[in-house]
Design a protein around this ligand. Structure first.
Ligand code: FAD
Ligand code: PYC
Length: 416
């Protein structure tokens, strides 16, 4: 891995930045690998990295139909928190949080993890009861959290309208101080560079078009660049997971929906924490660059277009302006959408399937970015050992037969 000194930066600037070394190789696919990961988003790349780093399995390929991190990983609004209600999900997201806290050092790549805290607002008595219950549960699980009243929220965010005049007055919030934001594409690039350095082949523009299955055992994949053999295949394809599952004759309980976000023109620093309201379907933070990062609830219909409908954006911006009248004249710069795969209990699927050697990691819905390092870590261990890691085990697809659902609709960041 090449590292650049200050002198190196000057040297490259003098050469018009023309001879930078690539951050990862562009290899030709081998005929076969020990493990294939389908999907080069954060979760797939993290899985490949931990397979190589922690399990010594380096004969691994990540197959990405587009470019690394071009899916939801670089489309999300980068909120990281671990304040989930149930023990199973609290363990999963807190496992990720502990990885976040050392990730820049681990990858030698600045992922700009900023623990600026997250507020989840309550606007009704029932919201506040749910918040109290969730914070109590968090504390029992060793996760930081506090319940704030409206005055407490106002003192953290002076520019928010916390008065009783608002259409949905703020009654209080849950506050997780260790939560925050990170730079999403740096997460993909950091894992990609580190996995490549350990020998993982990152194959972009390589689309999986089918699976080779014999006697109930995965043998490999069909791709637009030919067949590739592997006895272990992990699908980490977010919004496209039902399509991949269908290729293997599996039916996952997922719905794919558009989820939108938008950013404003850059402003001077005015908001130093993250504010989310499930009730009014809007959330907001300010990036280090100064733009307001704003997100919505899902668009209600199913679809694979990476865009959303205007009424959803309008509804969200109304909510934001009601909470922050100070932003009413701010102009929006860009809007985009991703495809999120939602599960009936608003929890992910990390699971074996009835095809031996074929695993799925999907169903993260609107909230998987925060889980990236933890998800990759436990999924890699599961693929390496052939048994689901104890933190991943409760998220098996068997729960939709047994009824052992983990209902996190209350903690999911945006309603879905
Ligand atoms: P992706 O990054 O989508 O990667 C999957 C990859 O699979 C894609 O690159 C895709 O091209 C590839 N692929 C698909 N089919 C194939 C195929 N046949 N062959 C090869 N490759 C294939 N989560 C949070 O925690 N906090 C947030 O603030 C947040 N905000 C969000 C805002 C928006 C607008 C959106 C859309 C999502 C948000 N999320 C958030 C959710 C989060 O982005 C996702 O849960 C997470 O990024 C999923 O990561 P991934 O690596 O599984 O998926
Ligand atoms: O899960 O925290 C979250 C989230 C915020 C915005 C979208 N998802």
């Amino acid at each position: 891995m090449q590292r650049y000194s200050g002198f190196g930066l000057v040297k490259h600037a003098l050469r018009h930045h023309e001879d930078w070394q690539r951050q990862w190789r562009n290899p030709t696919p081998k005929p076969g690998y020990d493990v294939i990961i389908v999907g080069g988003g954060g979760h797939g790349l993290a899985t490949a990295y931990y397979l190589a780093k922690e399990h010594g399995i380096t004969n691994v390929a990540v197959l990405e139909k587009g470019w690394l991190g071009g899916g939801n990983t670089a489309r999300n609004t980068t909120i990281v928190r671990s304040n989930y209600l149930w023990d199973e999900s609290a363990a999963l997201y807190e496992h990720a949080m502990k990885h976040w806290e050392g990730l820049s050092q681990e990858l030698n790549y600045n992922v700009m993890f900023s623990q600026r805290g997250v507020l989840n607002l309550g606007h009704t008595l029932q919201d506040m009861r749910d918040i109290q219950r969730r914070v109590n549960a968090n504390r029992l699980n060793g996760i930081d959290g506090e319940v704030l009243d409206a005055e407490g929220v106002q003192s953290l965010v002076p520019i928010m309208d916390c008065s009783k005049r608002a259409r949905y007055p703020v009654m209080g919030a849950s506050w997780q101080p260790r939560a925050g934001v990170a730079r999403h594409d740096a997460v993909a690039w950091g894992y990609a560079r580190a996995a490549d350095a350990l020998g993982v082949d990152l194959l972009q523009n390589t689309e999986v078009t089918g699976f080779k299955i014999r006697d109930g055992q995965i043998q490999g994949v069909h791709t637009n660049r030919g067949d590739i053999e592997a006895k272990t295949v992990g699908c980490v394809t977010a919004g496209n997971s039902s399509v991949l599952a269908g290729m293997a004759g599996l039916n996952l309980p997922l719905e794919s929906h558009p989820l939108q976000a938008l950013v404003s023109e850059p402003l001077k620093p005015v908001l130093d924490t993250v504010v989310m309201s499930n009730h009014v379907h809007g959330y907001i933070s300010q990036s280090d660059k100064g733009d307001l990062v704003i997100g919505a609830g899902i668009d209600g219909y199913n679809g694979y277009g990476q865009r959303g409908s205007y009424p959803t954006v309008e509804h969200t911006l109304q909510a934001i302006v009601e909470m922050f009248p100070i932003f009413s004249r701010v102009r929006m710069n860009r809007q985009w959408g991703g495809i999120v795969d939602t599960c009936p209990d608003a929890c992910p699927i990390l699971s074996k399937t009835k095809v031996k050697g074929l695993y799925f990691n999907c169903g993260w819905g609107t909230g998987g970015f925060k889980a990236t390092p933890g998800s990759g870590h436990v999924f890699a261990a599961s693929l390496a050992k052939g048994e689901m890691h104890p933190i991943a085990a409760p998220f098996s697809i068997d729960r939709f037969h047994s009824g052992a659902l983990i209902d996190e609709h209350g903690a999911a960041g945006v309603a879905h």
